[in-house]
Write a protein that binds this ligand. Structure first.
Ligand code: KG4
Ligand code: ZN
Length: 367
């Protein structure tokens, strides 16, 4: 059970539920009145094996798997935190963007617990949860520049405050995680693709294949990865059948192209926000989302941030990929601002963080 804080008031205790894709997760996070957070429990159950046979996430299987395990995971999260439902300040659940079946499972469970306990309910935007995680892990407060790279999204955001985001760039076709996953699939590597490509790349030569660096040097701020993925397919087809070394070299070359392309886009975003910052304003650059677990990308971002006068922050690897602690923390941050939701709050398979952002134009725009 959480003790009193220095100010004498008890910390907020928020249960977070995550079911937007193929991870079922629940966590309890404490937030003290001064705004610092602590993870009391964080349990995640991956469904990789349930989807492996199909080479991708099957929405109906995901929703059923969430239904089967969520109750147990919530109980485990409460037990590990050493609390009961009655100790909670609020219940937060991921309500979008994501797969609608899973979102309904998590949000409905969260609403039921909120109703039964009489505690506030918070419908959390999954992207906002990724965006705010650095506040929990590194104590970073907005404003900051952020790169959000996940299986469904690739965005550069100016995080002004809780609930206030300016989208500077998005992808005009594939998300970066999707490009990793599709590259892994075409090279015969297991799911999830990102970690598999990263592992294979460790033994590969990043200079063997001269792959395109999408958007390099373009004044248009957005990302694009579909062409790179196709270039990997063509390079692989030319030398098929692939040896283990060929796969490693393709992975390393793909990752190097990704890093160069992302670096160029981040540089452009930094040059956009720098003139808006006061001389003495903190300059923080935060990366989050599953692909931010990639060590090659992280080390490129550490260097680039340092060269640009920014301090780099990213959650520890396990808190980059989907988890319940990030949902609980976003819930605590919103609750601290009085931003609670109605039990009628809908789930939203599409839910942009910056609804005012102009639509990106391109061949396969999804965001
Ligand atoms: O944030 P996340 O867990 O789920 C979504 O909200 O989409 O991100 C999942 C994505 C997947 O595409 C996965 O392949 C990618 O993150 N990923 C990685 C790594 N770990 C996870 N990509 C590259 N390198 C990694 N180490
Ligand atoms: Zn995510």
């Amino acid at each position: 059970m959480a003790e009193l804080t220095e100010s004498g008031s008890p910390p907020m205790l928020v249960l977070g539920i995550e079911t937007s894709c193929d991870e079922t997760a629940a966590a309890v996070v404490a937030r003290d009145p001064a705004g610092s957070g602590r993870i009391l429990s964080n349990v995640v159950l991956s469904q990789f094996e349930s989807h492996a046979l199909y080479g991708g996430v099957v929405p109906e299987i995901a929703a059923r798997a969430h239904t089967e395990s969520l109750d147990l995971l919530i109980q485990k999260a409460l037990d590990e935190a050493g609390i009961g439902l009655g100790h909670l300040s609020a219940v937060a659940a991921s309500a979008g963007p994501g797969l609608i079946g899973g979102l309904i499972v998590g949000a409905t469970s969260g609403k039921a617990l909120a109703l039964a306990t009489g505690k506030p309910f918070l419908a959390i935007n999954h992207l906002e949860a990724h965006a705010l995680t650095a506040g929990l892990t590194d104590g970073i407060r907005p404003p900051y520049l952020m790169l959000l790279v996940s299986g469904g999204h690739t965005q550069l955001l100016w995080v002004e405050g809780v609930g206030r985001y300016r989208r500077l760039a998005t992808t005009i076709d594939d998300a970066l995680g999707e490009a990793f996953d599709k590259t892994a699939k075409l090279l015969g590597l297991p799911m999830p693709g990102g970690p598999a490509v990263e592992k294979a790349a460790l033994k590969g030569d990043p200079r063997r294949f001269n792959l395109p660096r999408p958007m390099l040097g373009r004044a248009d701020p957005h990302f694009s990865f579909a062409g790179l993925k196709t270039a990997v397919r063509h390079a692989a087809a030319k030398i098929s059948p692939l040896s283990e070394q060929d796969v490693a070299d393709l992975c390393a070359s793909f990752q190097a192209a990704v890093c160069d392309s992302v670096a160029d886009r981040v540089r452009l975003a930094i040059s956009t926000v720098l003139p808006l910052l006061a001389e003495d304003a903190p300059r923080n650059f935060v990366a989050a989302g599953g692909v931010a677990a990639n060590k090659a990308l992280r080390s490129m971002l550490v260097d680039l941030s340092a060269k640009s006068g920014f301090t780099f922050h990213a959650p520890p690897l396990a808190l980059c990929t989907d988890n319940g602690a990030m949902i609980a923390w976003a819930g605590a941050e919103r609750l601290a601002q009085g931003l609670v939701d109605d039990l009628a709050a809908p789930v939203k398979p599409r839910w942009p963080l910056d609804p005012s952002a102009a639509k990106a134009t391109g061949a396969g725009v999804k965001a």
